[in-house]
Write a protein that binds this ligand. Structure first.
Ligand code: ATP
Ligand code: MG
Length: 415
């Protein structure tokens, strides 16, 4: 450890960054509640095996981004690189099948060993929404409506675009998979080492490769739509019609695939051109096969995750809230009275601060720096009469108020 540096790819959140972060989370929690989602918290570490199975061995996340360690009992544990696998594990561990259909909302830290840059960290944070136990396309529509509504409320409607695709159902995917193996097999020599491994294990992963040579091949790879079954096509149509009905604009992006395994049907990303290379702010899709893959009953599900840091960088912060009403004691004798009055007003629900340093001018300027709408000046003469002076900082108007009437006089400054 040199000096007292934070670990590479981690950040301390304070000041405006912290406010942006809190604004994203608060907006998400408010809307998730309005849409009937229930808050959930799961541990930030799980058995490594869960992520290996739940995300897929051939994904970038599992093959090179996980923070995996052995604990003192010799268990291999991993800091969660995403929410979905842990939420599915919790669904099975706790028998939440009984509650199905279940709408879950979570947020918190996520860990991936990546090359840090703007909008890309090793500890970052996600908001996450999942609907478990619903096979109907209405779940896809509702989940996308929540995402679009959230982005609207954050003021990002003009800055992001919804790109959407279908990954089909099992018969569509099997036919497509065969075509991909055929196509990439013919170009195997030109594939990256990672993608050579993917070719037989999970050829769809190649479509999501970030390697430039792979990307050139991917541009001409066969698309799913040629192999799409009538049922899966109809499902996708319903989702798109639903989005139109809700008023959510979208662009169908036939080359969009998701970085995780077990996705089917709907896959989507909200992207922006305002963040340089880190263009995806929120992404997700349907993962009907995952819960079964983890050893549970076949359970359709769909979800998305949004990066809080990336969303926070894009939002316009709402106007700063009003600062605290400030109690200003003048002289030794009023110090104790100020402490008592401050405590009394806070318990009555007012936002209150004290300014007890320097001369009167300093104290008043500190109050106005903090955005105080008003100050209560406690002079010794006034206190002797059982009064304080209430000064409105916007108008400069000043009046004497009986000590036991302060709450009433301050009512106009309540939010
Ligand atoms: P990318 O293509 O940028 O690596 P991803 O496909 O790995 O993204 P997801 O796994 O879909 O991302 O995670 C959902 C969201 O989490 C992303 O859309 C993004 O906003 C955010 N995110 C992902 N990785 C990071 C990171 N390292 N730092 C900050 N935010 C991230
Ligand atoms: Mg990534």
């Amino acid at each position: 450890m040199s000096k007292l540096q934070p670990v590479r790819g981690t950040r301390d959140l304070f000041g405006e960054d912290a406010e942006r972060f809190a604004h994203v989370v608060a907006t998400f929690e408010r809307l998730a509640r309005a849409y009937g989602f229930r808050g959930v918290d799961t541990p930030i570490f799980e058995f490594t095996e869960l992520f290996a199975r739940g995300i897929g061995e051939t994904t970038d996340i599992v093959s090179k981004e996980m923070y995996t360690f052995e604990d003192r009992g010799g268990e291999s544990l991993t800091l969660r690189p995403e929410f979905t696998a842990g939420l599915c594990r919790a669904y099975l561990s706790n028998g939440w099948q009984q509650l199905s259909p279940l709408k879950l909302a979570a947020h918190g830290p996520v860990f991936r060993y990546e090359r840090p840059q703007k909008g890309r960290y090793r500890q970052f944070h996600q908001i996450d929404a999942e609907i478990m136990g619903v096979a109907e396309p209405q779940a896809d529509i509702e989940l996308l409506a929540l995402a679009a509504h959230l982005l609207d409320e954050l003021g990002l409607a003009g800055k992001v675009q919804l790109e959407i695709n279908t990954l089909g159902d099992t018969p569509s995917r099997l036919a497509w998979r065969e075509a991909l193996v055929g196509y990439f097999g013919r170009h195997e020599a030109a594939l990256s080492e990672d993608s050579k491994t993917r070719l037989h294990k999970n050829p769809m992963r190649i479509l999501d490769s970030k390697d430039e040579g792979d990307r050139a091949l991917v541009a001409d790879a066969p698309l799913l739509d040629r192999f799409l079954s009538a049922e899966a096509g109809a499902f996708f149509e319903t989702v798109l019609k639903g989005l139109e009905s809700v008023g959510v604009p979208y662009v169908v992006q036939p080359r969009l695939v998701r970085g995780l395994d077990y996705y089917c049907h709907t896959a989507f990303e909200f992207t922006t051109t305002h963040l340089g290379a880190q263009g995806t702010v929120l992404a997700g899709g349907r993962y009907d096969g995952l819960i079964e893959q983890l050893g549970g009953p076949a359970t359709p599900a769909i979800g998305w995750a949004g990066g809080i840091e990336r969303l926070g960088m894009l939002v316009d912060l709402p106007a700063a809230p009003r600062g605290p009403i400030t109690v200003v004691p003048m002289g030794e004798a009023s110090q104790l009275a100020a402490v008592g009055l401050t405590a009394r007003l806070r318990r009555a629900g007012f936002v209150v601060e004290q300014a007890f340093r320097g001369n009167l001018k300093k104290r008043l300027s500190r109050a106005s720096d903090m955005g105080a709408p008003a100050v209560l000046i406690l002079g010794e003469d006034e206190l002797a009469r059982g009064e304080v002076i209430l000064k409105d900082l916007a108008t400069g108007a000043q009046q004497a108020v009986a000590l036991d009437q302060v709450e009433t006089a301050l009512a106009v400054y309540r939010d």
